[in-house]
Ligand binder design. Structure first.
Ligand SMILES: Nc1nc2c(ncn2[C@@H]2O[C@H](COP(=O)(O)OP(=O)(O)OP(=O)(O)O)[C@@H](O)[C@H]2O)c(=O)[nH]1
Ligand SMILES: [Mg+2]
Ligand SMILES: [Zn+2]
Length: 372
């Protein structure tokens, strides 16, 4: 394979680990193409097209036909934050995404609607900034949901309470968020006054990638602009402080002056869990800590005798809503797992049926009808 100068890729978060993973992926997946691929990072996603930065410039790219064909699951499609191998096509300037470098982490939700499939919101993220607007938007339940997926993603969650200039009790909001997010940093910020922005900046380190997540209108893009120091991201007009406008329409990765990478995302209407066993445990670390003392190892803190979690609620050490929310998310996960199993089973039976058809056809050819 050709040796490419990859020094400029460091500005996108490239390191020796990525270089090794890229070489391995290129050998397994990329070598069949005549054009040897160079590394790039997906910085934006628009329907069928990706903007890929190669560190020296940005190319518009489409998936190689073979890659599209090989991909069985939607979550295996490139997403913003992914490292890919791209090659240039001879004709117009369009580049071709040849392969995807295996991810280190990904924020994955169940895609909106009724289909049972995963959607990658952002790939290879180190920090998940969960944004919620201070006047009125703070919901412990929603926060726990985001936290569960954030912990599960492998990124470090940070709760960002936005528009602190509009709130007259920031302290109370910080306390409420702290209760829903044990062990997680909570920062109140205002993109208007600049309060808290420096505290937020310290979480955004050179070469590391953060993603901003949250409902539409909470001020994610405004915060990105504030951090960038320019009005690069389109935001809702100041006159329309109403929510649910979906100003940002695609995910985009930007680079801050200090070399940190930040992904802006469109507001999410619903955040459904996908896979979240470990994530749930981390989100409810307080519940889990008491659960360690339950009499039964598999206690679900319902009617079991010797339940240390219910004892903790009775003694006021644990808020009862924490257990309620834990139960709620566990039930949701169990339901989702049944759906996922049904889908896998359906696909498995379809494969078995087609395999058996093949076997029967073979037997008919070999032994004739009636003998098989
Ligand atoms: N008072 C105040 N208003 C803010 C602040 N941050 C954002 N806003 C306003 O909130 C509105 C929505 O901001 P956006 O940045 O577009 O929100 P968003 O989260 O990017 O929304 P989507 O792109 O739809 O997901 C705009 O009118 C902003 O001016 C803030 O810190 N204080
Ligand atoms: Mg936005
Ligand atoms: Zn228990």
């Amino acid at each position: 394979m050709t040796i490419h100068d990859t020094t400029h890729l460091a500005s996108l978060g490239w390191d020796a680990g990525w270089a090794a993973a890229f070489r391995a992926a290129a050998e397994i997946l990329g070598n069949r193409s005549e054009n040897s691929a160079v590394p790039g990072r997906v910085v934006a996603e628009h329907r069928e097209r990706y903007s890929v930065s190669t560190g020296v410039g940005e190319v518009s790219a489409v998936l190689a036909g073979r890659l599209r064909h090989d991909i069985a699951e939607r979550e295996d499609l490139p997403a913003v934050g992914d490292w890919v191998g791209v090659s240039r096509e001879a004709g117009d300037g369009t580049a071709i995404v040849r392969f995807l470098v295996p991810r280190r982490s990904a924020f994955v939700r169940k895609s909106a609607g009724t289909v049972t499939e995963a959607q990658v919101v952002a790939a290879n993220v180190d920090v998940a900034l969960i944004a919620t607007a201070l006047p009125g938007d703070l919901s412990s339940r929603r926060l726990e949901r985001y936290l569960t997926l954030a912990w599960e993603s492998g990124a470090m969650p940070v709760v960002v309470l936005t528009k602190s200039d509009l709130s007259d009790d920031v302290r109370a909001a910080l306390d409420q968020a702290g209760l829903a997010a044990p062990g997680v940093d909570v920062i109140a910020v205002s993109a208007v006054s600049g309060a808290g922005v420096d505290a937020l900046r310290t979480r955004l380190e050179p070469g590391r990638t953060a993603v901003l997540l949250g409902s539409s209108g909470v001020g994610k893009s405004t915060l990105v602009n504030r951090l960038l120091g320019t009005a690069q991201q389109r935001t809702a007009s100041v006159a329309s402080t109403g929510k649910g406008r979906h100003t940002t329409t695609h995910r985009e990765l930007v680079r801050l002056a200090n070399g940190a990478l930040l992904i802006d995302t469109p507001g999410m209407r619903e955040l459904q869990l996908w896979s979240a066993d470990d994530g749930l445990g981390s989100t409810f670390a307080d519940v889990e800590a008491f659960a360690a003392n339950c009499r039964f190892r598999d206690c679900v803190h319902d009617q079991e005798p010797g339940c240390a979690v219910r004892d903790a609620i009775a003694s006021g050490e644990l808020a009862s809503e924490r257990l309620e929310h834990w139960h709620h998310l566990r039930r949701e996960l169990a339901f989702l797992e049944r759906k996922q199993d049904e889908r896998v089973n359906a696909e498995y039976s379809a494969r078995i049926r087609s395999l058996m058809r093949g076997v029967r056809a073979h037997q008919r050819r070999k032994y004739g009808d009636g003998n098989a």
